[in-house]
Design a protein around this ligand. Structure first.
Ligand SMILES: *Cc1c(COP(=O)(O)O)cnc(C)c1O
Length: 379
């Protein structure tokens, strides 16, 4: 189970915040950053801002020397506000409006993701001379939250995209991929690194020397199951880079989002109702004051299974269906695979949902059904 830190426990005990809320322990974020930095000392870290853009998190990471992977002008502004300089910001979204690229360029950003020639042309028009890296498809196998299909081009196509960039006066800088979020397999980077090395060779034959491999995110958060350590990922990735690039090692960057902040957060929520649908119903329904629209969107298809702690965890357990509070029938968290909770659980009990530092606050609806967006405290 992810840590329920003493600082979070004390905060909840002393402040007793009303309503569901996320509490993030910055010490955990700092420790995670340092373990990435220590494990991959020659790799630059670009924190994926979308995982949790709380200003305190961005500021703490900026102070530690982190760079930032951003997907929009607003995320770039947040990184600047946290103290990052333009040379520490990448515009990593492959789908950008040309006027947003122009704004990023005016702010000094010179590093852009592409996955097709049309995107290269936008950048050449409004961000001349910038560095571009080409994202390649990755199947997302073994990931609990795959990102396949939508982003990236076939590795076979990447050389022509990069050559197009070179011809238009951009710096064809490298290759990127994302092996899928919550990637449990430490060896998942190997196939993509083999493809990247092939693209480097092909480009060299065309007289263009690529420099950088962007290894993306994918580093996991500890939910109900154990996950390999940051060190295990670092070792597997380093081994693959050596195997595929030999002595001619590229610059590397990583873009951890979930792996940086997931374990730093705990959501406090409350049991609103416990009921059965018929007299002989085997499985109880437990309704919380937080659901898919309140920040737990990643329970979609029951993909992410969060640990839920109660004050009665020593008691006998039975399987429950867990649902959120809104009047929308998709607002059910776990039903296909029911979730064991204590039989003694009561209406009004507090529950703690751990491992919720990433992809919660920003996925929460503004006010669906009149429920406030998820409040967050960064301590
Ligand atoms: C979302 C995203 C990340 C972060 O992924 P995690 O699995 O949360 O680490 C990294 N890079 C890009 C381009 C992304 O879109």
């Amino acid at each position: 189970m992810p840590p329920m830190t003493a600082r979070i426990r004390e905060f909840l005990r002393d402040r007793r915040p009303e309503g569901p809320c996320l509490v993030v322990d910055l010490d955990v974020v700092r420790r995670k950053y340092l373990s990435f930095a220590r494990t991959m000392p020659d790799t630059r870290i670009f924190y994926a801002v979308k995982a949790n853009p709380a200003p305190e998190i961005l500021k703490a990471l900026a102070e530690l020397g982190s760079c930032f992977d951003t997907a929009s002008v607003a995320e770039m502004q947040m990184a600047f506000a946290a103290g990052a300089t333009a040379d520490r910001i990448s515009f990593g979204n492959t789908i950008k409006k040309e006027r947003d690229i122009a704004t990023a360029y005016a702010m000094g950003v010179r590093l852009y993701a592409v996955d097709c020639e049309a995107e290269v042309e936008k950048i050449a028009r409004v961000a001349p001379g910038s560095k571009v890296f080409c994202r390649i498809l990755s199947d997302g196998a073994d990931a609990e939250w795959p990102l396949s299909r939508k982003f990236g081009c076939d590795p076979e196509m990447a050389p022509s995209v990069l050559e197009h960039a070179h011809r238009l006066g951009l710096e064809a800088y490298g290759v990127s991929f994302h092996v899928g979020s919550q990637q449990r397999n430490t060896k998942a980077w190997d196939a993509a690194l083999a493809a990247a090395a092939g693209i480097f060779r092909e480009m060299a034959e065309r007289g263009i020397r690529l420099k950088m491999v962007n290894l993306g995110g994918g580093f996991p958060t500890k939910y109900l199951n154990e996950v390999p350590s940051v060190e295990a990922y670092g070792q597997a990735i380093t081994d693959s880079i050596l195997a595929h690039f030999g002595n001619d090692l590229p610059e590397t960057i990583i873009e951890p989002g979930r792996g940086m902040v997931g374990e730093a957060g705990v959501i406090k929520a409350e049991v609103v109702l416990i009921s059965k649908k018929s007299a002989d119903d085997q499985v109880r329904w437990v309704y919380l004051d937080i659901g898919k629209f309140g920040g737990l969107a990643e329970t979609m298809d029951e993909a992410i299974r969060y640990p839920i702690l109660t004050e009665r965890d020593g008691d006998a357990m039975e399987p429950c269906i867990i649902a959120g509070p809104t009047c929308d029938s998709v607002d059910v968290l776990y039903e296909k695979t029911p979730y064991a909770l204590p039989i003694s659980l009561e209406i009004g009990d507090e529950v703690l949902i751990t491992g919720t530092g990433a992809y919660t606050t920003t996925y929460s609806a503004v006010a669906f059904n009149g429920f406030d967006p998820l409040k967050a405290y960064v301590i």
